[in-house]
Design a protein around this ligand. Structure first.
Ligand code: NDP
Length: 476
C-alpha cells in the first residue's frame, strides 16, 4: 500500500477531512459503506489531491502503508463498533484506528482497552469546527498512546487550523482524553451560546431595539475583549432578514433550541465527578425548557397580565453593564469547564495540560476566541491555579464588571427577563467568595434527621448531637 492515511465514512465530515488531507499533500485511501459516496468524492474533488478510492474494506486496508492509520468518520455509537469489528481482522499489530466521530469518552476507553489487547492502537479524537473546519482546518483533540501520536501528530498538526504559527492540535492524553476534552469543549459552547442569547434578550427588552440594531452592538463587542467566532456570527444572524416575510430572521425562527447530546454528557459526567459546572448545566436545561411548548403556553396563559414593564434610563451604561456581565459570566463558564477537565484528568489518569488545551481551541472550533490565549497564559503561569477566576487578567475583568453584573441580574429579575446562566454564574461567584456558606445549616439538618454527623470549625473529628435526647454532643 502507498496511502499514508485512510478515511472510511465519507458523509460531510469524512469527505471534508479526506479533502483536507489530500490538499495538504497526503495520499489518502477513501472508503464508504455505500460506494456512491466514494464515487461522488472522486468525481467532484478527485483533482484536489491524491486519493485512492476503494470499494471494500479489504482493498481499503491493502491500500495503506504500514503501520496503517485508518480514520473512521461514521455515526457515533453502534455504527462505530460495527466498523471497528470489520476492520480489526484486516489489520496487523501496531496499526492505528482513529475514531474522529463524536464518541462518548467512556466508549472510547472501552474500545481502546479492547484493541490494545489485540496489539492495535485506538485513538479517540475530538474534531471540532463542523464541515468547514474539517475542510479548511479543524481543532483536533487526539487521545490514545504516545506511540500512535508519533505517526498521527505530523499529519494532524498539518491539517489543523493554525493560529500564530501554532497548530490547533496536540496530543491530549491516553485513551479517552481527546473525546473527553471535546465533550467539555461542547459543554462550554452550550454555555457561551446561552450567555450570548441572554445578553441579546436583555438588550432587546431593555432597549426595545430591533435585531438589526442589536447586530450593530454585537459587531462592536467583537472588536474588544469578547472578540470570538460566536459573537461574530451572532451579529450576522441578528442582522439577517428573512427573504419570504421581510421580517428579522431571528423572529421567524421557532424558539425551541435543540441538542445532539454532548452538553448532556458533560453535565452527567460533571455530576459524577462532583464538579459544579453550573453555567453549562443551566445552558443545557435552558434548551430543554425551551422545548416544553405546552408548559410554556399554559404558564403564559395563567400569568397573562403580570408582565412588568421595563424602562432603561441610561442606554449606553446599560449596554456596557450587559457587556461586562457577559464577560464575567463567560469567565465563570470557562473556569468551570477547565475545572471539569482537571477533575477528569485526575480521575482517569490523563495528565492533561490545561494551558495546552486552551491553545488548540484558539482556532478551528466553534468557541475560538482571543480570550483562550489568556487562559493558556493563566495555566502556563500557574499550573495549579485554584480557579481561573483568580488569575490576574480574569480577576481584573470580574472586579471591573462586578457592579454591572449585579445590576443586570437584578434588573432582569425586576423586569421578568429570564437569565438562568447570568444569574447562576453570579451566584457561583458569590458562593465561592463567601466567608461562610449555609452548608453549615445543611450539615446540621442532616445530623438532626439522619445522624449523618458534622465537622467543627474549632476541632478535628466528626461529631453528632443527640437531637432526640439531651442534645449533648458525642464524638462519632
Ligand atoms: P453521519 O453521522 O451522518 O454518519 C454517516 C456516515 O456513517 C456515512 O458514511 C454512513 O455510511 C456511515 N455509517 C453509518 N452506519 C454505518 C455502519 N453500520 N457501517 C458503516 N458505515 C456506517 O455523518 P457526519 O459526517 O455528519 O458525521 C460523522 C461523525 O462525525 C459523527 O460521529 C458525528 O457525530 C461527528 N461529527 C460531526 C460534526 C458535524 O458538524 N456534522 C462535527 C464533529 C463531529 P453510508 O453512506 O453507507 O450510509
Amino acid at each position: 500500500g502507498q496511502a499514508q492515511i485512510g478515511v472510511t465514512g465519507l458523509a460531510v465530515m469524512g469527505r471534508n477531512l479526506a479533502r483536507n488531507l489530500a490538499r495538504n499533500g497526503f495520499v489518502v485511501a477513501v472508503h464508504n459503506r455505500s460506494p456512491e459516496r466514494t464515487r461522488r468524492l472522486i468525481a467532484e474533488h478527485g483533482a484536489e489531491g491524491r486519493f485512492v478510492p476503494t470499494d471494500s474494506l479489504a482493498d481499503f486496508v491493502a491500500a495503506l502503508e504500514r503501520p496503517r492509520a485508518v480514520i473512521t468518520m461514521v455515526k457515533a455509537g453502534a455504527p462505530t463498533d460495527a466498523v471497528i469489528d470489520e476492520l480489526v481482522p484486516l489489520l496487523d499489530a501496531g496499526d492505528i484506528i482513529v475514531d474522529c466521530g463524536n464518541a462518548h469518552f467512556a466508549d472510547t476507553r472501552r474500545r481502546e482497552e479492547a484493541l490494545r489487547k489485540q496489539g492495535l492502537h485506538f485513538v479517540g479524537t475530538g474534531v471540532s469546527g463542523g464541515e468547514e473546519g474539517a475542510l479548511w482546518g479543524p481543532s483536533i483533540m487526539p487521545g490514545g498512546s504516545d506511540e500512535s501520536y508519533q505517526k498521527l501528530g505530523p499529519i494532524f498538526e498539518q491539517i489543523a487550523a493554525q493560529v500564530d504559527g501554532e497548530p490547533c492540535c496536540r496530543h491530549i492524553g491516553p485513551d479517552g482524553a481527546g473525546h473527553f476534552v471535546k465533550m467539555v469543549h461542547n459543554g462550554i459552547e452550550y454555555a457561551d451560546m446561552q450567555l450570548i442569547a441572554e445578553a441579546y434578550d436583555l438588550l432587546r427588552a431593555g432597549l426595545e431595539a430591533t435585531p438589526a440594531e442589536l447586530a450593530e452592538i454585537f459587531r462592536e463587542w467583537n472588536s474588544g475583549e469578547l472578540e470570538s467566532f460566536l459573537i461574530e456570527i451572532t451579529a450576522e444572524v441578528l442582522g439577517h432578514t428573512d427573504a419570504s416575510t421581510g421580517q428579522a430572521f431571528v423572529d421567524i425562527v421557532l424558539d425551541q433550541a435543540e441538542q445532539k447530546g454532548t452538553g448532556r454528557w458533560t453535565v452527567q459526567n460533571a455530576l459524577d465527578l462532583g464538579i459544579p459546572i453550573t453555567g453549562i448545566a443551566e445552558a443545557t436545561f435552558a434548551r430543554s425548557l425551551s422545548g416544553h411548548a405546552g408548559q410554556r403556553a399554559a404558564t403564559r396563559r395563567a400569568f397573562a397580565g403580570t408582565e412588568p414593564t421595563w424602562r432603561v434610563e441610561d442606554r449606553g451604561a446599560f449596554v456596557e453593564d450587559v457587556r461586562r456581565a457577559l464577560l464575567a459570566s463567560k469567565i465563570v463558564a470557562y473556569a468551570q469547564g477547565f475545572d471539569h477537565i482537571r477533575a477528569g484528568s485526575q480521575e482517569y489518569d490523563w495528565d492533561i495540560d490545561l494551558g495546552g488545551t486552551a491553545t488548540i481551541w484558539r482556532g478551528g472550533c466553534i468557541i475560538r476566541a482571543n480570550f483562550l490565549d489568556r487562559i493558556r497564559q493563566a495555566y502556563d503561569d500557574q499550573p495549579d491555579l485554584p480557579t481561573l477566576l483568580v488569575a490576574p487578567w480574569f480577576a481584573d475583568a470580574v472586579r471591573a464588571g462586578l457592579s454591572g453584573w449585579r445590576r443586570v441580574v437584578a434588573e432582569a429579575a425586576h423586569a421578568g427577563v429570564p437569565t438562568p446562566a447570568f444569574a447562576s454564574s453570579l451566584s457561583y461567584f458569590d458562593a465561592l467568595r463567601a466567608n461562610r456558606l449555609p452548608a453549615a445549616l445543611i450539615q446540621g439538618l442532616r445530623d438532626n434527621f439522619g445522624a449523618h454527623t458534622y465537622r467543627r470549625v474549632d476541632r478535628d473529628g466528626s461529631f453528632h448531637t443527640l437531637w432526640a435526647g439531651d442534645r449533648s454532643e458525642v464524638e462519632a
